[in-house]
Every structure is written in C-alpha cells, then in structure tokens.
Design a protein around this ligand. Structure first.
Ligand code: SF4
Length: 322
C-alpha cells in the first residue's frame, strides 16, 4: 500500500505540473516532496515494528511469513490497479502524461508550436509526394507578337511617364538560352533594345565565351520601361510588368534562363535570397533550369567577379551540351 500511495502522489504531481504548464493558475495544491525510487517506501513511524516486539507476540516462522516481501510483479500489478482506480475516480487519467503531452504538442499545427513557417519560395522547394515531379510550364498558344500587341502603349505602371521607348525582349524566339535582366538603362531607353550599352557589350562577350552568338539567345527584362535615375523598380512595378515576361518564357520555352543580378533573380524566382547566396546553383522555374549570376553592370564596377560569372556560365554551357 505505501508503494501505491507513493506512485499515486507522483502521478498527481505530474498532472498538476502539466496543468500549470497549460496555463492553469491559482492552484492551491500543496504536494509533499516525494523521493521516489524503485525500492523506496513511504516511511511511517507507526508502521515500524521492531523484530524484537514481534517475537514477543508471534512464533518465529509466522514472522518470517509476514515480513516476506511479495513478488515484485505481484506488487506492481496491485499498485497499478489501485492507482488506475483512484485516477479514474478523480478524472485525472484523461489528461495526457508529460511524455504523452510532448507528443501531443508535436502533433499541433506548426504555427502554434514555433511560429509561422516560411512559405516555399520556388517550385523546386515544394516537396513532392511522388519524387521529383515539378510543376510544368503551361502550354501557350500565343506568339511574341501577340504579347507585344497586348502591351501596346502601356501605362499600366508609373514607369511609363519617364520612358522614351518601351524596351521589348528580343532575339531568337526559339532559343535554348534566355537572359533576363532587371530594367532598361539610358542607352536601352533611347534605342528600344535591351542590353545595348556597356553592360550589353559585356553580355555579348559572356554569350560568346560559351560558344554562342547574341542572335542565338533571347534577352529581356522584368520591367520594360526605364526607372527614373536608373533606380530599382518597386515591387508593384515589377509585379505589373513581369507577367509579359512570363508569357514570353511560355512561348520561347528555353532550356536555361540566366537571370542577371539581385532584383531580376528575386522577381523571377519569387525569393528573398540574395544573389551572392543563390548564384552559381541551378534553380527551377516550372521545370526550366535557372542560373542566377551577377549583372554585367556589376561586373563593370567590380571586374574581380567575372571569374564567378565564368564559372556559372560553364555550368550553363555543360548543361546545354548534354
Ligand atoms: S514597365 Fe511594363 S507595366 Fe510598366 S508601363 Fe512599362 S511596359 Fe507597362
């Protein structure tokens, strides 16, 4: 019986701790300290009868029978049964024990346990139940000309006010390789052609470094109008213009898109990861390989980064030559 009471007190104490952790307040429960070990008993001075006292009242063989401990398994079964009965009567058995409570918390929605998880940013990050199945680019039955007609004399975002010419994507409409930049600069705004200034000339050399010519590839920008003072397009401006580029990608269906610079990478892949972290590793855009690398304008400011772009372009070349 002392073992049963001890086990019961330990269980009640555990349940009280659990209720407190759940936020139940104003507990007026004073529980005695229990030093619980497999062999421990609740010590009661009244139950302690010395062997000498016993010998005065009962024969020696009777003493031996009475003081003999029951078999451990019998004791455990009886103790567990008594404990169960008491817990049932107090309804405490309906609460999960501490170890069970941990698994109960693990089964809760993640937001409740450790805050909101960041959503996946690219189609490649979406886990698939059936292996490497990714979303595919939808079929398109329009032409590049259709898209240009739809753009028309576009005033869908504020950038139209400062532009000289809309700078459409151009190049080979059936290219295996496409380049995507951020937005036109002054030279592009004046000519209506993407990548024609100094950065454009460097891009030509980058294309030639992998054995291709400019006319072999398709080149465009996320935004088609020059931002004032060459500032970065706002998120709203990028969101407004980007669908035209995505429709062109669906028409051209290149095998690889090289995305140039931080803004274009974040806009195309819908990610907040910076270019220095993400460059050099193929990403996925609806089944199309995307290689983020530095913008040629950045290379003009820091020519030491050309080596990294060269390494990235070798990966593109090797993929296209497979
Ligand atoms: S940047 Fe794009 S959406 Fe904005 S006005 Fe120019 S073409 Fe239209």
């Amino acid at each position: 019986m002392p073992n049963e009471i001890s086990a019961l007190l330990a269980d009640i104490k555990e349940q009280v701790f659990y209720l407190k952790e759940l936020g139940v307040e104003n507990f007026a429960v004073e529980l005695p300290e229990i030093f619980f070990s497999p062999k421990s008993k609740v010590q009661s001075p009244k139950s302690e009868i010395s062997r000498e006292k016993l010998e005065r009242f009962v024969p020696a063989d009777e003493i031996l029978r009475k003081v003999a401990e029951p078999a451990p398994e019998v004791l455990n079964i009886e103790a567990n049964q008594t404990r169960r009965n008491l817990l049932e009567s107090t309804k405490l058995s309906r609460l999960p024990s501490l170890p069970k409570r941990n698994s109960f918390l693990n089964n809760q929605p993640q937001e409740q346990v450790k805050g909101k998880e960041e959503m996946p940013k690219t189609t490649e990050e979406i886990p698939s139940l059936f292996g490497d199945v990714k979303q595919k680019l939808p079929e398109s039955n329009e032409t590049i000309e259709d898209i240009r007609q739809d753009i028309g004399n576009c005033i869908r975002c504020p950038l139209w006010e400062g532009r000289t010419k809309i700078v459409h994507s151009n190049g080979n409409f059936q290219a295996d390789l496409m380049f995507v930049g951020e937005a036109p600069g002054a030279d592009e705004d004046a000519s209506g052609e993407p990548f024609v200034g100094r950065a454009g000339q460097l891009l030509n050399r980058i294309i030639e470094s992998i054995g291709l010519k400019r006319e072999d590839v398709f080149i465009g920008n996320v935004n088609r109008c020059r931002p004032p003072g060459n500032r970065q397009p706002t998120a709203a401006e990028a969101d407004t213009c980007r669908p035209f580029l995505l429709r062109e990608i669906a028409v051209v269906r290149p095998k690889v898109i090289v995305v140039l610079g931080n803004t274009a990478t974040q806009n195309l892949l819908d990610t907040k990861t910076g270019i220095t972290k993400i460059r050099g590793e193929f990403q996925d855009y609806f089944g199309i390989k995307v290689m983020p690398t530095f913008h040629p304008a950045y290379l003009l400011r820091d020519p030491r980064k050309k080596r990294e772009v060269w390494e990235d372009m070798k990966k593109v070349r090797d993929f296209l030559n497979k």
